[in-house]
Design a protein around this ligand. Structure first.
Ligand SMILES: *Cc1c(COP(=O)(O)O)cnc(C)c1O
Length: 386
């Protein structure tokens, strides 16, 4: 199973990059959802999940969706984006950021990221704005917040909408403000690789009341079914374009079991993150790696622990070395602007930081439920890399 020349690791288990965490409370809540005789969306557990997410995000309205991808698609529909419209975003992000707008005929415009945080470089946004720009999508990479005050000011000056892709940042803060609460809307993911998960899932957080009613309609196949259930109309009917973005109560129940243990999950992840940060600092100095160091008022939620190798060759050797010690480490986004699809779209200037960081970044395993012996095995494996 493993390189037998590593006698040190012979009786150790393989450590995956991510092991989806379960609190132990999920099955009981799913069973309860089944006993309630309502398994489609928007039942008891969806309401409970909405409440817990509203408390965490401070959003005006939180709508559970089937994924973060779908929440992003909803933002494009809400803003009525289409042919000729442009949306500014980092290239160092997940494909869904771009796809959501490409599906509507709009064009992504890629902007470079910053070295310390790998977030969109706010100083380069303004020159990417044209009279066709309709929105700016920011990604709080690893949950370390973007400079939202500056980004919001730029957006206001030019009359464009800010969307926060907050898939990494639930519970995070920047300069005292909650991630996902500053843009007009923000999106969350509950994919199994995220801090809080239900296998596949997401949410759209609306921070402006004017978007709420239409978002409910878009999410409910273009009907006013939500208003009907609240008794605001006496029959429901097709009123706008829409789709089906509701997760079932089975998934909502699973999600509630996780959200109810939010603090516990976060403190487990933070323990792993801080241990890496403390125990690997000397090793990083000695071996030419860089570790994440954030400003004091960046309150990240321990979503990713990355290390930056000095070059691609060293990263490749590092990933191979870790695998030989039974530890799965992975790099991250292939920049969208260099992908076969992304090459069709414009970049704003040279994306040199994006190209550089994406070729050197690697992520260490980080999940709640990591055993102490696993953490020690990972530290020993990293520290033995020269
Ligand atoms: C995971 C992720 C997504 C997509 O989430 P899904 O729920 O899988 O659709 C989008 N954006 C970012 C930044 C992500 O990390």
């Amino acid at each position: 199973r493993r390189n037998s020349s590593c006698s040190l690791t012979e009786e150790m288990d393989e450590i995956p990059f991510n092991r989806p965490y379960a609190t132990g409370g999920e099955l009981a809540l799913i069973q309860d959802a089944m006993s309630r005789g309502h398994l489609a969306g928007d039942g008891f557990y969806t309401k409970r999940a909405r409440q817990l997410l509203t408390d965490l995000t401070g959003g005006e309205s939180v709508l559970l969706t089937t994924s973060c991808t779908h929440a992003l698609e909803m933002t494009a529909l809400l803003l009525r984006l289409g042919e000729g419209d442009e949306v500014i975003m980092p290239s160092f992000t997940f494909v869904s950021c771009a796809n959501a707008f490409v599906l509507r005929g709009a064009r992504p415009v890629f902007v470079d990221i910053k070295r310390k945080t790998h977030n969109i470089d706010e100083s380069q946004i303004e020159r990417a704005i044209t009279d066709r720009t309709r929105a700016i999508v920011v990604v709080h990479y690893a949950g370390a917040g973007c400079e939202m005050d500056q980004i919001m000011a730029i957006a206001e000056r030019h009359g464009v909408t800010v969307i926060e892709d907050n898939a990494h940042g639930l519970g995070g803060r920047i300069h005292g403000q909650t991630l996902g609460a500053m843009g007009a809307m923000s999106t969350l993911s509950f994919h199994e690789t995220k801090n809080i998960q239900c296998g596949e899932g997401g949410a759209l957080v609306l921070n402006r009341p004017e978007f709420v009613e239409r978002a409910e309609i878009i999410r409910e196949k273009g009907t006013n079914r939500s208003r009907f259930f609240r008794g605001q109309v006496d029959k429901y009917t097709w009123v706008d374009a829409g789709s089906s973005y509701l997760p079932s109560e089975v998934l909502a129940a699973f999600l509630v079991a996780q959200l109810e243990r939010f603090d516990d999950i976060q403190s487990q992840r933070m323990h792993v993150w801080r241990t890496y940060s403390q125990e690997l600092a000397q090793w990083a100095d000695d071996s030419g790696f860089e570790l994440p160091v954030y400003e004091p008022d960046v309150g990240h939620p321990a979503h990713i622990f990355w290390v930056l190798a000095s070059d691609l060759e060293q990263r490749t050797r590092f990933i191979k070395h870790m695998a030989e010690f039974g530890v799965k480490c992975v790099f991250h986004y292939v920049p969208l602007h260099s992908s076969p699809m992304g090459q069709k779209y414009p970049t704003s200037g040279q994306l040199s930081v994006t190209d550089d960081v994406s070729s050197r970044l690697v992520r260490l395993p980080l999940f709640a439920g990591m055993r102490n012996s696993e953490l020690e095995q990972i530290l020993a494996a990293v520290q033995s890399f020269r």
